[in-house]
Design a binder for this molecule. Structure first.
Ligand code: GLN
Length: 378
């Protein structure tokens, strides 16, 4: 295989690999995070209507006016929809657009491991100098001295993610204030990946852009797929001050130009859903989380209950494996369950080797069957 040097270390995405393994083994896929239930009817109908209404050509590159207005109207801060919001093909594209639009070769960028895999791949494509900070097992708290050490005069950006994939941590006010103070001190940009903002199951979500002096240096990243169960629509967006938005738009126009027009129109309608939709959504996800966490503990895993997201990290070492990939192969062969081996989300420490990530964005029936099958491990 011939591949450019900048991508050599990465290989196939861990999500693609394990979704394929799930199909090959006819297993329950608790790996890649996508729901096994369908999107709500009102969201699907809105997309069908948009297609029928002729919303079928390219949209404005930075986002359909209807959608950028809906994003601004539902954001926690006052935002100028036409100058501070950029719609992309999913948040994975926003990550690429931000990094390629703002990071020069040699710039230092801090990321926190375990991390969503595309951060590191995009930073490599941009030639960034990556500084890694670890959220250590079992509680995955941010270590103040480690974070302080990572910041230098050359720090261009820090990428944070709360609610955090894959640990399920939701950063508290103290942690966010620390990040903010260091970003201000070192004049760094904060890329705040908040794609699970509607999935805070314990406590509350504080967007870092709402902290004093942070709006002007923060790029907030959000997504439609999680909250409306439409991960395949690939609609994401950034909210950022205009001087940062301009750079994001410059790269976005050459990556994809614009996201799918009818899906943007439907997204605008979805975002204006009544408050009750979001409340019910959380209630259902709490039930899914509690079922899986209890089941995992009953089987013998050590689990840190996730405060947010639809993922849970479980410590598999009670089953005698010292490697996450070996454990995941055993799991699919013995129980027909796919999980993600999280060492793919680590580069500084070996913490991932003792862990497995499960997604609980599945119907209760699926989760009950999964727990029953996991009993086969005991
Ligand atoms: N965010 C999803 C996850 O962590 C995967 C997204 C993707 O496959 N690109 O499972």
């Amino acid at each position: 295989m011939e591949i450019a040097k900048r991508l050599e270390p990465f290989g196939e995405s861990i999500f693609a690999t394990w979704s394929r393994v799930a199909i090959e083994h006819n297993a329950i896929n608790l790996g890649q995070g996508f729901p096994d239930f369908d999107a709500p009817d009102f969201v699907k109908e809105a997309a069908i209507k948009a297609i029928r209404d002729g919303e079928n050509q390219y949209s404005r590159s930075a986002g359909h006016p209807k959608l950028v207005h809906a994003i601004a109207d539902t954001f926690e801060l006052d935002v100028d929809p036409m100058n501070e919001v950029t719609v992309t093909c999913g948040s994975t594209e926003t990550i690429a657009a931000v990094i390629l639009g703002l990071v020069n070769p040699g710039d230092e960028v801090i990321i926190i491991e375990p991390f969503y895999d595309s951060y590191l791949a995009c930073l490599s494509m941009a030639g960034a100098n990556v500084k890694m900070v670890t959220l250590h097992v079992p509680e995955f708290k941010l270590d103040e001295s480690e974070l302080r050490r990572a910041f230098t005069d050359k720090t261009k950006m820090i990428i944070i993610n709360s609610p955090h994939n894959p640990t399920g941590r939701v950063f508290n006010k103290e942690e966010l204030t620390l990040i903010a103070s260091l970003a201000i001190k070192h004049d760094a940009i904060v890329l705040s990946d908040e794609v699970y903002d509607k999935l805070v199951l314990t406590g509350s979500h504080i967007p870092i852009a709402t902290l004093p002096q942070m709006k002007e240096r923060t790029i907030t990243l959000r997504s439609l797929g999680k909250v409306f169960s439409v991960t395949g629509w690939k609609i994401g967006w950034s909210v950022a001050p205009s001087h940062l938005t301009e750079s994001i738009r410059n790269s976005h126009q050459f990556l994809t130009f614009c996201a799918a027009t009818p899906l943007q129109v439907a997204a605008a309608e979805a975002l204006r859903a009544p408050e009750n939709y979001f409340k019910q959504y959380k209630i259902e996800y709490r039930e899914r989380r509690d079922l899986l966490v209890k089941g995992l503990r009953d089987v013998g895993f050590n689990v840190h209950t996730p405060e947010g997201t639809y993922f849970v990290l479980a410590d598999h070492t009670p089953f005698g494996f010292d490697d996450d990939v070996a454990f995941c192969h055993h799991l699919v062969e013995k129980c027909k369950i796919v999980g993600i081996p999280p060492s793919a989300f680590y580069s500084k420490s070996d913490d991932g080797k003792g862990l497995v990530r499960f997604a609980f964005c599945k119907g209760l029936e699926t989760l009950n069957i999964a727990v029953e099958r996991l009993m086969g491990l005991a």
